[in-house]
Design a protein around this ligand. Structure first.
Ligand code: SF4
Ligand code: SF4
Length: 139
């Protein structure tokens, strides 16, 4: 009986305290500013310099480019851009080295899939991954 009373008293005392838990996944988790989450890709900003693919320690970026279809403009535009999230270690090197900030880290960490094949993300998926882009990385 004493234990029961102690337990009830503890519960009642803590009922009024500020919550330390989050209603995840209904509410996004607050994450630190420097959190390194799944990348967002801006295809229009990419100059196909290959720096991101070359610096990647796990070789998980593959990309192809083509000549700019606009005859007025020089250089290349991105054609395909894929990241294999089976082996990406979210180290941030690709975003650090990118000269145009075409690829940036986000606060999105949700990558659970039923099939490993779905961990290959393409240009369209990476472009649409913009729900948790940090405000300083938004265009
Ligand atoms: S975060 Fe690191 S491992 Fe992942 S794609 Fe970029 S450079 Fe490669
Ligand atoms: S480093 Fe940036 S600009 Fe260069 S290929 Fe990678 S994403 Fe494109």
């Amino acid at each position: 009986m004493l234990g029961w009373t102690k337990g009830l008293a503890f519960t009642l005392k803590n009922l009024t305290k500020e919550k330390v838990t989050y209603d995840y996944p209904n509410e996004p988790l607050p994450l630190p500013d420097r959190f390194r989450g799944i990348q967002k890709f801006y295809p229009d900003k990419c100059i196909v310099c290959n720096l991101c693919a070359n610096i990647c320690p796990t070789d998980c970026i593959s990309l192809t480019g083509k000549a700019n279809p606009d005859p007025e403009k020089k250089g290349k535009v991105i054609d395909t851009y894929d990241i294999n999230f089976e082996i990406c270690i979210l180290c941030d090197l690709c975003t650090e080295v990118c000269p145009t900030e075409a690829i940036v880290m986000t606060n999105n960490f949700e990558l659970a899939e039923y099939s490993r094949d779905e961990l290959f993300k393409d240009k369209v998926w990476l472009d649409e991954n913009d729900t948790s882009v940090r405000k300083e990385n938004k265009v």
